[in-house]
Design a protein around this ligand. Structure first.
Ligand SMILES: Nc1ncnc2c1ncn2[C@@H]1O[C@H](COP(=O)(O)OP(=O)(O)OP(=O)(O)O)[C@@H](O)[C@H]1O
Ligand SMILES: [Mg+2]
Length: 267
């Protein structure tokens, strides 16, 4: 995809038998194989402590793998890079910069000419619907607005992959729904690859093309937090009142909690 003269790269992710062992022998992640196509929206769900954030942080290059390897396109991940952007639950904006300065930060650092920076800021501030708030500081915005700035700030770096760790976890239900819809639209429009960690099965089914279920290894009687990954292919129907939606929901819930568990969302 072309934005002005800036090329957005394709964002295929290939996770090959990846493991992360901490000193003392604890595995946070083990034997994870996962292929994500460029432009795919994949959600990761699983019990607390099963290694979701660790996996995301390894793809981001914030943490090293101790086994296997991760490729983004043809390049093996060996540290953070501009091809991957990360959005966390706590927005992580620079409080001393305005909305537009926060979004401009990455392109400026990358050395883009001023006209190009302005173009990128204009495009992404518009995309997240915050044009009227360009000169505000983060503390003058609601949580939902701050998270939209954080998303725009990542997108302004034109990454191929956006990694999101419970990005809407701190928002109220209504704001969360608005941001889900906005993200879904943006992802389709840009064709960007999104890997999205969430505790909400409903959110995963609503947003994703595929849902990856990470199981707690310890729950399977295996020592060392060994994980299992189940991938479920989802169809097009995302209407949460539809039969299909609830079949997916139940199927995923059973994979996490075991059969017979009442399906209830804590989003
Ligand atoms: N620095 C560390 N040293 C040792 N163990 C760690 C370290 N960081 C994380 N762990 C362990 O790795 C496992 C996975 O942690 P991780 O944060 O990836 O889980 P998570 O699935 O994101 O959980 P949550 O849903 O609560 O965010 C946990 O058992 C945790 O205790
Ligand atoms: Mg986590």
């Amino acid at each position: 995809m072309r934005i002005g003269t800036i090329q957005r790269h394709a964002g295929m992710i290939d996770i090959q038998n990846v493991g992360k062992q901490y000193s003392g022998g604890t595995y946070a992640v083990k034997n994870v194989d996962l292929h994500i196509d460029s432009g795919e929206f994949v959600a990761i769900v699983g019990p607390s402590g099963c290694g979701k954030s660790t996996l995301l942080r390894m793809i981001a290059g914030f943490e090293s793998v101790t086994e296997g390897k991760i490729l983004v396109e043809t390049t093996e991940v060996s540290g953070p890079g501009p091809d991957r952007g990360v959005v966390f639950q706590d927005y992580g904006l620079f409080p001393w910069l305005t909305v537009e300065e926060n979004i401009a930060y990455g392109p400026k650092e990358a050395g883009y000419p001023r006209s190009q920076v302005k173009k990128l800021v204009g495009k992404y501030i518009d995309l997240v619907g915050l044009k009227l708030f360009a000169r505000k500081f983060p503390h003058e915005l609601s949580g939902g607005m701050q998270q939209r700035v954080a998303i725009a700030r990542v997108l302004a770096n034109t990454p191929a992959v956006m990694l999101m760790d419970e990005p809407f976890g701190a928002l109220d239900a209504l704001t969360r729904e608005q941001l889900q819809n906005q993200l879904s639209k943006i992802q389709k429009e840009l064709g960007i690859t999104v890997l999205f960690v969430t505790h909400s099965i409903e959110e995963a089914v609503y947003l994703a093309d595929r849902v990856v279920v990470m199981a707690d290894g310890a729950a399977n009687g295996v020592a060392g937090n060994i994980k299992k990954v189940e991938t479920i292919e989802l169809g097009e129907n995302r209407d949460s009142t539809s039969v299909e939606f609830n079949v997916y929901r139940r199927e995923i819930s059973e994979l996490i909690h075991g059969a017979g568990h009442e399906v209830r969302d804590h989003a």
